[in-house]
Write a protein that binds this ligand. Structure first.
Ligand code: PA5
Length: 446
């Protein structure tokens, strides 16, 4: 990955205003390394790639091999940062039509615990009725309600089918080293466990066992993923000068736009494989920046699909939007549009062209149209979608998020606002300890 192309912000932000942010971006990056900024007990992700040893990756791959040998379907249970990173990388790499392939060498990964939908859970359990199953349950706190409910159901099913002893070999828990209900359950039952380091928050945890184990089970090359993140760790270190540091440049560009009133950032990609990458990115930036009445609202689109739904608003709606495009230079596959004897659909002008060439022109045409319509554009280019470039992108956006959060003046590593719904839900469910809030909240709903 090269530096983001920020040339299309300068019609909206004077170059001098961007330049004035250099030192703040460099200082904010340095704070992530010195540990002198806010939330400094959650900076374990900063040096995580370079401290990931080959021995540790071997241990992950061994646990993955056990699950792969035992199950056709591995149910990955988790929510938020304990879900989205795996989902993002998997969707980016997997053939979207894999379910139609008759022979599979990798287990199917299904997700649970990211929703409390009864229909979803019931249909999931129906779907795996005739398949051998195993599960990876992921919760840093070990107490989150959504994954806890899903785990109870999946655990009971595994124990019913295979008995307690074999069940213990089909369940891996990834949680805190010492705290939380999941840790207690895992220790009692003797599950294999992996630890989410204390100093790595959920949304920064994809390169810990949280992401690495399920991805290894799915057949993803985690060595290449980690190697990509290591390259980006080096490229964005505090020792790298601003002009060569992609994370500092991106953070400064989006901060400059925010200060000019561009309060919504749309992460756009022209490859549907990156749809969940945008979901991961939304959580990373939304939970890190959206606090104290501040922060850029993160949105995601896949073009050209969403040009036919969101395109009108982006082109002509409120002028508070800017776009960050993940541009993929080359597809993996080659397919050309053939000449037709009867040019009834009028497409012979495209004959001989690759579909990706049309996609590229859609991308360039859209960028110019949106810039003309008042939407600044930042472009992040990767050569192709693979483990290495995804590892680079994951770390790039994490690093830029930390820098941006400090430039915004918030603690990017907490999420106090997430508790509000939980308190109300527990009071409504009459959870022990919430009795005093129950009567009052029920009255508010009458
Ligand atoms: O980024 C975060 O910290 C959160 O999104 C968490 O990942 C999410 O709430 C899940 O928490 P836990 O892993 O403790 O179940």
């Amino acid at each position: 990955m090269t530096n983001p192309d920020i040339s299309k912000i300068f019609g909206f932000v004077p170059q001098a205003e961007f330049e004035a942010l250099r030192s703040d971006a460099e200082y904010s990056n340095a704070l992530l390394h010195t540990g002198e900024g806010k939330g400094n007990d959650f900076l374990g992700w900063v040096n995580l790639p370079s401290s990931t040893t080959p021995e540790f990756l071997t241990e992950i791959k061994a646990a993955a091999a056990t699950l792969r040998a035992k199950a056709e379907v591995v149910i990955v249970i988790g929510i938020g940062g304990s879900y989205l990173g795996t989902k993002a990388v998997l969707e980016a790499l997997q053939n979207p039509f894999a379910s139609l392939q008759s022979e599979r060498k990798d287990p199917v990964i299904l997700f649970a615990g990211h929703t409390i939908s009864e229909d979803y859970m019931a249909e999931l359990m129906d779907a795996v009725k005739d398949r051998t199953i195993a599960t990876i349950v992921i919760s840093k706190s070990g107490t989150t309600t959504e994954p806890a409910i899903a785990f109870r159901i999946v655990k009971q099913e595994i124990e019913r089918r295979y008995g307690a002893k074999d069940a213990a070999e089909r369940i891996v828990a990834i949680t805190d080293a010492a705290r939380g209900a999941l840790k207690v359950v895992a220790d009692e039952a003797g599950y294999k466990t992996f630890v989410i380091p204390d100093d790595v928050g959920g949304r920064f945890s994809v390169l810990t066992p949280v992401g690495l184990l399920p991805l290894a089970v799915a057949g993803v090359d985690i060595d290449a993923l980690v190697a990509g993140s290591q390259r980006m760790e080096a490229a964005t270190s505090a020792k790298v000068a601003f002009d060569k540091n992609p994370a500092a440049i991106y953070a400064a560009a989006r901060t400059a736009l925010y200060r000019k009133g561009f309060k919504v950032e749309i992460l756009a990609a022209y490859e549907p494989a990156l749809q969940y990458f945008a979901e991961w990115w939304k959580q990373l930036y939304g939970e890190s920046e959206g606090k104290e009445g501040k922060g850029i609202f993160p949105a995601g689109v896949i073009f050209s699909t969403d040009l036919h739904s969101m395109g009108q608003y982006i082109q002509e709606g409120e002028r508070i939007l800017f776009e960050t495009v993940i541009s993929v230079a080359a597809p993996h596959r080659e397919m050309r549009i053939e000449r037709a004897a009867n040019d009834g659909d009028g497409l012979n002008f495209l004959a001989g062209k690759r579909i990706s060439e049309v996609n590229r022109m859609a991308e360039l045409g859209t960028m110019l149209a949106h810039v003309d319509g008042g939407v600044p554009n930042i472009r992040v280019e990767i050569s192709r979608i693979d483990e290495g470039t995804l590892g680079e992108l994951l770390y790039f956006f994490e690093k830029a998020c930390g820098i941006s959060g400090y430039m915004l003046g918030v603690n990017p590593f907490d999420q106090p606002g997430v508790e509000a719904y939980k308190k109300n839900m527990f009071a409504l469910l009459e959870k022990p300890g919430y009795e005093s809030a129950t009567a009052e909240i029920k009255k508010r709903l009458q």
